[in-house]
Structure formats: structure tokens, C-alpha cells
Design a protein around this ligand. Sequence first.
Ligand code: ADP
Length: 740
Amino acid sequence: MFKIFRTRLQNKLVVAFILVLLIPTVVIVGYSLTTTRSILLDKARPDKLKAIEGQVANIQGRLLRIKDDLLLLSQGKAVKSYIQDISQSSDPASVNSAPVSLYLQSFIGHATDTYLDARILDVTGQEIVGAANVNGRPQNIIASDLESQADQPYFIRTIGLIPGEIFISRADLNAAQGKTLMPYVPIIRYAIPLYNDTETISGVLVLKALLKPVLAAGVESDPSVTTYVVDSDGSYLLNPDQSRLYGRVVGQKSGLAADLPDDSTAILGSSEGALFGSKDLPDALQVFAHVTLPGYDTIQWTLVQQQPLANILKEVNNTYLVIFSLAGLALLVAIGVGIAVTHSILRPVQELTHTAMAIAGGDLSQQVSPHSEDEIGELARTFNKMSQEVSTSHNTLEKRVEERTEQLREANRRTEEISRAKSIFLSNMSHELRTPLNVIIGYSSSMLDMPELYDNRTLDSDHERDVRLIKDSAYYLLGLITDILDLSKIEAGKLELHRSAVDLPELFKGILAISVGLVKDKPIQVRPDFSSDLPPVWADPTRVRQIMLNLMSNAIKFTQTGSVTLRARVENQVVHISVIDTGVGIEEKVLPYVFDRFEQGGRDIDKYYGGTGLGLDIAKQLAQMHGGDLTVQSQLGQGSIFTFGLPLADSQQLKQTPAEIQPTTTEEIASTVQILMPSQSIAPQSILLVEDEESMRSLMRRVLEEAGYVVVDAQDGEQAMKMAYGLLPDLIILDVRLPN
Ligand code: ADP
């Protein structure tokens, strides 16, 4: 239990630690990520611009070097003497061009990757000698391939230049006279005027260079970076897609716009810049710069480099990794700290709980050792104080409980004494009440039924009604006293069962005989419904008889016509005894209360029949004392069935008690006598009547003598013994309580 509690608390604290750390971590990480990105991009801008400016400078350097090359070439001895010769000759074609051709070949042969050809034009624009690199080897250009370039800008503009000045053409497709030449690539021409010794212009030297080695010089070697160079008219001078190069797409001047969709105008318009993630290329960085050469309006190029933003943000990813690792580490530390703190908090709490449990288990001597000066230590000290107080009050309480227990014992003793006194009082009282009641019943009976005792005088109807009332009331009182005595015994636990193996058919016979007497003149049949070989039951025969007499007398009382059946059946080691009548029955709503004390069904009929309302209560309790119960089923107007069960006697019990005829109680004799008397005639025989009560004695004597017996009486025990021995009477009628 505590373990679960502890584990839960620990989890709670660890989660709290994580949350406390996680929230700022998430905020910091999120903030760092966004700011790192923009910082990196801001930082990249000058770097990238610087790099592209370097590349522009490289290109400019290459362009200038070609200029130097041309100047050098024009000052070669072979060129100079050739120019001198043609300026002095009337037929320049007749001048020997072999030395200059060889010179030109050797010059361009040293840079086959840069130069395509070198030609000398006369002042009319006609090419007169030339050398070209064909498949990587320098060759003389044959006469038939030499053409007039008189209308070409590079000729027209160069012919007007002063010595040492050089013209650089616009970038062009490798073409001549409207024909494209192999290879189909962009080229650039440099031209220089050639003067003779008399400072007269005598020709033009033109050098044709490939643009690619010029432009590719110093360009970013990173394969993820795409480089474009575009001329001012939009033609591509450099493009990884060869098919889009200058002139290959005829008439297409907006090549760059197609490759740099939405920002081409911005790029072409400004001198340099860097764009990060434009609308059409959100994941790309574009850096651009213009390539120009001072003094040459023919060079107006733009260098553009495109690369994925990820190239730059690579560093961000590294930063992310660091941030996430740190955050993870922080979380691990939080969990560790959480567990450690929880442990240190919970250890004293755990000790506290163990001690509390020990105290709860009754060991009040337990104390907690306060580990620290903090709140938990304070809690431990307070707990100890509390447990001491609990211990003190526990001891006081125990002492008090002992005192109270003693008082209770005393009270119990007194109650028992009082109860005993009550029982003695009740039994004395009932005896004392019963004797005069019997006298009242006796005298009123004889006044009503024995006129011969009064010289054959009968009572007039008024007197007879009153005397009958006296007799009925006396009977009622007698029944009530007997029932109350029984109930008080049951309640005091004083009523003991004297169990023995009881032969039920024998007992039933007696009950049936009495029941027949109770029927009087009602048209009711009393029916036996049991097997004569019912096995013996383990019961108190007196009490069984009491239950049955109550049930039978009720059944007869509440039945006007029909039958009252006594049924017995054996089932599951129990004999179920039922009294079934066809009488008035009991209303359903009254049914649950018929066993209640003084409950009489609340009907006029009950008042008419009289009774105490105690019979069923006693019967039910007696049935329960036998281990069973008394139950009822009934329907108004149809009759009732009362049933109770008695256990069968086992073999041991059968052996233990020899079947013994239980003595019949005086009450039973009285009621039986009452029922059977006086119509029965008995043969004259001697009776010894022993009774200390004078009135009772003389009443009984009169009754018995009237019935024809010879009666001798005695007043106390001693006298009775003597007379019994002397007379040997046929019958002795003896009061159970006698003096002496
Ligand atoms: P009482 O001495 O008044 O008959 P009981 O305890 O024996 O007292 O019975 C209580 C009440 O139960 C009776 O007053 C009567 O209303 C009802 N009762 C008992 N037995 C029967 C029966 N066989 N048929 C109808 N009513 C009965």
C-alpha cells in the first residue's frame, strides 16, 4: 500500500520536475531555433556577397589577361615585319605570310583551351592571314576560308583606334558571316589596330577567345551551387544546361527570366545582392553581381549563383542538434534530481508511515527519529508528541473502560438478581393466582352444570349469564397467566428443553383426543394424516404438545365447518408437522403479524373467540428452540396451514434416552378434565384428595362425591403419606405444593 503511494508521489514529483524544466526548455529551444536561423541567414549575406565579388574580380582578371595577350601578340616581330611589308607592297596578297602564320599558330597553340583563332585583316576589312585551333591543334587558315569582315563592329570600331588601344566585342556566338561555326559556344573577340613604322594604320589583329574558361574561372566548385552568367540582352553566357546557351535558342532573349522566375527583374536591375527564399524559390538562396570592365560598354554581364538554403542552414541543424542534446540532458538531470529529492523527502515520510501503522496496530511505544531541522523534522517531532499524547489518553481510556466494565458487571449482577427475583415472583404469583382461579372456575362450573349440589336448584337466566361470564373470564385469566409465565421463562433463557426421542404417532393420538373434545357441536371433522410408523424425533414432548394444542385449538376455534387435519411428513431428516384447517383464514396484510405478541388479527371474530394473542408467539419460539420454525400459509375464507419441523433422532440419541412417558402437567389435566367432565361416569372407587387450600378441597370433594367416588382428604404432605399407606386408594389427587 505504502509502496504504491510512494511510487505515485515519486512519479508526481519527477513529472513536476520535468514540467518545470520542460516548459522553459521548449520556450528557449523554440526561440533559439528561430533566431539562430535568421542570424545565420543575416551572417551569410555579406559572406556570400564577398565570395561573388571575388569571382567577379577573377573574371575581370581573365578578361584583362586576354587584352595583355593580344597586346603582346601584336608586338611580335613576325607581325610587325609582316605589317611593314604589306604597307609598302602594292599587292599585299603577294607578301609572304608564312612566318606570321607560324607565329600566330605558335601563339594560340599555347592556349588551345582559351583561344579559337587569330586573324589579321587589311585596312579594307579583308582577312589576309590567320591561324586557328582545330581539334586542339593550331593550323593555318587556308586562303579560301579568309573572308571580308568589313561590316563587323569589331573591324569598324578598331580601325579608328590609336596605337595600343584594344577593342573588346560583345559576347557572341561562334559564328562568321551568318554561319555558326563549330563548336557552338559563346565567344568574345579582342581586336587591336596594327600600325607600320610610319605610324600609318595598315591592318587589324583579331583574337577570338572561348568565354567558358573566362567565366568559369574562380566560379564556385560546390556541385550544389548553380552558376549562371547572363548578358545584358538576357542571353546565357554560362548555364549548366548547355541547350540554353547563347544563340542555341534562337530569338530567346529572356533566358534568365525563365530560370529565375520571379526575381529576374530585381536581379538584372540592381548591381549586386542576395535574396533568401523568394516566392518561387522558397528554399533557395540567390546571390548576384554585375561583371563590367572599365572603358568597355560591351561587357555588361550578370553573375548569378543559386544554392539551396539548406547549405547555409546546415549550421542551424548542427545548432539544433546541440540544443536538443542539451534539452535532453537537462531532462535527464531533472529526472535524476526529481528521484533523488523524492527519495530524500519520502524516506522520513516512509518512516513516519511505518510508525503510524505500528501505532495503529496497537504498539504505542513507537517513535520517529527526526532526521533534519526542516519541516519534515518538525513533522516527526510533532508526530512523536502526538503519539505520546495518544499513548497517555489510551492508558487513561483503558483505565476508564475497566472502571466502566466493572460498573457494568455490577449492574449486570444486579439485573440478573432482579431478573431472578422477577422469575421467582412470577412463578409464585402464578401459582398463587392459579389456585383461586381454579376455585372460581370450579364453583362457577358447579353452579352452572351441577344443580344436584344445590338441591337441584337451577340459576335463573340472568344469574346464569353472569356466572358464565365469571367462569369464562377466569379461564381467560388462567390461560393468560400460563402464557405470560412461559414467555417470561423463554425471554430469561430459563426455559430449557428436555429432549428425548419422541414417538410422534403416540403423542398425536393424545392431541387428537383433546381436539375432538374441543370441537363440541361444530360440524368439523378432525382428521389424522400421518403414517403410524413415523420415525422418532429429538424433541421436548411437553413443548411439542404445547405447540400442537395451540395450533389445533386455534384451527378449531377459527373453523365453523369443514375439517381440521393433522398432517406429518418426513423430508430431509425433518418431520414437518402441519395443522390444516378450512376455516376463516387470515387476511394477507395481517399474515406477517400473526406471530407478534398480543396480535389477534384485528377482526371482530377474534374478539368473539377471545384468546390472549400470545399463543402463536410462544409456539413460534418453542419451534425455533427445536431448530426449526413455525410458518403460516393462509387465504381469507379458504383456511390456514401452520407448519413446523422437528429433527429426526439419530442413532446415538435413540440409544441415549429410553423412550419415557413424560408426565402430563397439571394444566393439561385440568383442561382435559374440564373438557371431558362431567358427562363421563366412573365406577365408585376410593380417592385420596390432598389439598391445603380449604375452598379448593371442599369444591373438589363435592364434585368427586357427586360423581360417586369415596373421597378421603388430607391437608399436608405428612398426613397424605400416612393415609396413602393406610388406605391404598385407587386414585390420589395431590396438590404439588403442600406444607410438610
Ligand atoms: P389467540 O390466543 O388470541 O388465539 P394466537 O397467538 O394463538 O392468539 O393467535 C393470534 C391470532 O392469529 C388470532 O387472534 C387469529 O386472528 C389468528 N389465527 C391463529 N390461528 C388461526 C387460524 N387457524 N385461522 C385463522 N386465524 C388464526
